[in-house]
Structures are given as C-alpha cells and as structure tokens.
Design a protein around this ligand. Structure first.
Ligand code: SF4
Length: 76
C-alpha cells in the first residue's frame, strides 16, 4: 500500500505523543488536528487495514476503529 499520504499529514513534525493519548478523553487535541487533515481518510484506512492497535489515526481512537470494523463486518 502506498504511504505517500503521509507526506501531506497535518501531524507531520508534531509531537507524536499527542496521537497516543492515555485515554479516549485525552484524544481531543489529536482529533482537532485530524479534523483539518487533508489525508484523514487514507490515514484511517491504513490503520484499519493494518489493525493498528494504538493511537489516533484518521481522527479515530482504537475503540472507534474497532466499532468501524464491526459495522463494516455487519454490512458486508
Ligand atoms: S488524520 Fe490525523 S493522524 Fe492521520 S495523518 Fe492526518 S493528522 Fe495525522
């Protein structure tokens, strides 16, 4: 899978710790950045495809990504 989208990531150069919050509640700062990121969708799809277990990807926490996977399975 191409990872060219990373070059346009809004989080590029930012503190990675922002994107690995201790809880969903602490993910707000990362979500705000993801909300204006031009590559939010490919980032999220990458995390889903690679079963990324930690961190905020595409504006979604691990818990939210699990929910997306469940919903997709149901509608498949
Ligand atoms: S969606 Fe969020 S985590 Fe993904 S590249 Fe953009 S800013 Fe980074």
């Amino acid at each position: 899978m191409t990872t060219n989208w990373r070059q346009r990531a809004a989080c590029r150069g930012l503190d990675p710790e922002l994107f690995f919050p201790a809880s969903d509640e602490e993910a707000e700062e990362a979500r705000v950045i993801c909300a204006i990121c031009p590559v939010r969708q490919p980032c999220l799809e990458h995390a889903l495809a690679h079963r990324e277990r930690e961190g905020v990807w595409g504006g979604c926490t691990e818990r939210e990504r699990r929910r997306i996977v469940r919903q997709r399975r149901k509608s498949a």
